[in-house]
Ligand binder design. Structure first.
Ligand code: ADP
Ligand code: MG
Length: 248
């Protein structure tokens, strides 16, 4: 993003209230926040704490009820839907990740999927996906659909996918200076970021720098090379999928 040296994201006392007629839900209750260019921020917090509402606003998918949002210096808090869509296309990228593996899609493609959004060339995508499947001991299952895999194997595919995903985000951040904001339920996933924000009841409860940042491409080779004979229903792993909690 070209403009100036100011923060990429600045929220000033942002509130979001969902009006359900009878009741009003105060999803964000006065959030002020600055994120600078090149930061990698993990947003955490219990279900219902306001993470998705925040991300919708940051992502220009929704507007604050009150307060201001400056995106790269531009106050977008009163933008129309069309204006939001335009700035979204120019300045923002999204990776949506679901807990469930896509059922009609091979293990390999499931792992590759996030890299499609990141615009990485096909050969490179496949290479990275194969490597990470190998790390979790599933290279011979690359072509299997989730229904052809055990619960533990499916979980390992999800771990492989999560690490590929994190690796890409870290590379975009480190090598291209892209600003990254992720949402996660998992404290260990927040360790891949440089800064962690914890939400509670629509407010920022904690804002801290990550002490020992984990690097996905270094963690991948340290995963225990699981084999099916090792497998139990809850396969232990050194990394957990960021998306294993119910989608929110
Ligand atoms: P999180 O992502 O942390 O689980 P959300 O931002 O989804 O939290 O939700 C925050 C609060 O706002 C919750 O109480 C939730 O029920 C409510 N909420 C979220 N989206 C809507 C909506 N579209 N309409 C009404 N209430 C909503
Ligand atoms: Mg949510």
């Amino acid at each position: 993003m070209p403009a100036g040296d100011g923060p990429v994201i600045r929220l000033e006392n942002v509130h979001k209230t969902y009006d359900l007629g009878e009741i009003q839900v105060h999803a964000l209750r006065g959030v002020s926040l600055e994120i600078k260019r090149g930061e990698f921020v993990a947003v955490m917090g219990a279900s219902g704490s306001g993470k998705s509402t925040l991300m919708n606003i940051l992502g220009c998918l929704d507007r604050p009820t009150k307060g201001r949002y400056f995106l790269d210096g531009t106050d977008v808090s009163q933008f129309s839907k069309v204006e939001l869509a335009r700035i979204r296309n120019r300045k923002l990228g999204f990776v949506f990740q679901q807990f469930n593996l896509l059922s009609r899609t091979s293990a390999l493609e499931n792992v590759e999927l996030p890299t499609v959004y990141a615009g990485i060339p096909q050969a490179e995508r496949e290479k990275r996906a194969r490597e990470s499947l190998e790390r979790v001991g599933l290279s011979d299952r690359a072509d299997h659909h989730p229904s052809q895999l055990s619960g533990g194997q499916q979980q390992r595919v999800a771990i492989a996918r999560a690490l590929v995903n994190l690796d890409i985000l870290q590379r975009l951040n480190d090598e291209e200076g892209l600003t990254v904001v992720i949402v996660t339920h998992e404290a260990d996933i927040s360790l891949y970021g440089k800064r962690a924000l914890e939400f509670r009841d629509g407010r920022i409860k904690r804002d801290s720098l990550t002490q020992k940042r984990l690097i996905a491409k270094d963690v991948l080779p340290t995963l225990p090379a699981l084999s099916d004979s090792d497998e139990e229903e809850d396969t232990p792993a050194t990394a957990s999928a960021p998306d294993k909690a119910p989608a929110d």
